[in-house]
Design a protein around this ligand. Structure first.
Ligand code: MG
Ligand code: MG
Length: 267
């Protein structure tokens, strides 16, 4: 069953999403060569608790930390550790927060120092595909419209779209219906309605779409060892149109990036 949110519930969800957004902003200003993912994880946990919220991932399905930290060929669900980040790495940071009974959940792939041109391109195209997908999340469209748009755009660049992991409805439960795959067929799947809230999260590989899992039972990585990118936003349908609850603006402020990519999805 798909849970439709009232306007009041959507405002509470915006609050949870913005806590995650601000957490990622703090992480953004700390990411540099030599920093460990475990240090960033502690920083995130402290900030989230300071906001009167709880880390959304810690303990969820028994995940051991606040952030999923997935460097380079790791796609998602990487566990923070004491290995320092190094120049040229990319690091996908996924964060969840729970406040007032509602979850926020979004992700960003960061550059560590200077990265290779072809990796920069992967990040850019993956982020663009997120907005291309979000544009299709409107009343009357269907799950397959979002998936098709993301798949079509990224595969045209020669990238692999991960099949085993998908976006999802979001609310009082981290993973609600509907599943939101990053691949699909136009006009297929569940229909979108006013008041739906989802997390859209393309996971795009530079090479093969195939994945492996580490023996830790969590970390998902590319089968060919090439890099993978992950960007995620929380979006509600308001007045028939997609409205962003999360924002990357805190990240951009920290990194000195100027962008108007979110403008069309604001009230
Ligand atoms: Mg996430
Ligand atoms: Mg998610």
């Amino acid at each position: 069953m798909i849970n439709i949110k009232t306007p009041e519930e959507i405002e509470l969800m915006r609050e949870s999403a913005l806590i995650v957004s601000r957490t990622l902003g703090i992480i953004a200003s700390e990411i540099k060569p030599g920093v460990t993912t475990l240090f960033l994880d502690k920083l995130a946990e402290e900030f989230i608790r300071d906001q009167g919220a709880e880390p959304g991932f810690l303990g969820l399905y028994d995940f051991p930390n606040t952030l999923c930290m997935s460097p380079n060929s790791q796609i998602v669900h990487g566990i923070p550790n004491d290995t320092p980040l190094k120049e040229g790495d990319i690091i996908s940071v996924d964060c969840g927060a729970l406040k007032n009974g509602f979850y926020g959940d979004h992700a960003y792939t960061f550059e560590v120092g200077e990265i290779a041109e072809e990796t920069k391109k992967l990040l850019q195209i993956t982020k663009e595909s997120l907005y291309i997908g979000i544009r299709e999340f409107r009343a009357g469209n269907r799950v397959g419209d979002v998936g098709y748009a993301i798949q079509n755009y990224t595969e045209n660049h020669g990238y692999g779209v991960v099949r085993e992991l998908v976006g999802h409805g979001l609310g009082k439960v981290m993973h609600e219906e509907p599943e939101m795959p990053n691949y699909g067929r136009r006009g297929r799947g569940k229909k979108f309605k006013e008041g739906m809230v989802v997390a859209i999260e393309p996971m795009i590989n530079m090479g093969t779409q195939r994945i492996n899992q580490l023996k830790d039972g969590w970390t998902i990585l590319t089968a060919d060892g090439k890099p993978s990118a992950h960007f995620e936003h929380d979006i509600a349908i308001v007045k028939g149109k997609p409205e962003l609850l999360s924002t990357f603006q805190y990240i951009y402020d920290a990194l000195g990036i100027v962008s108007n990519e979110e403008e069309e999805f604001r009230r």
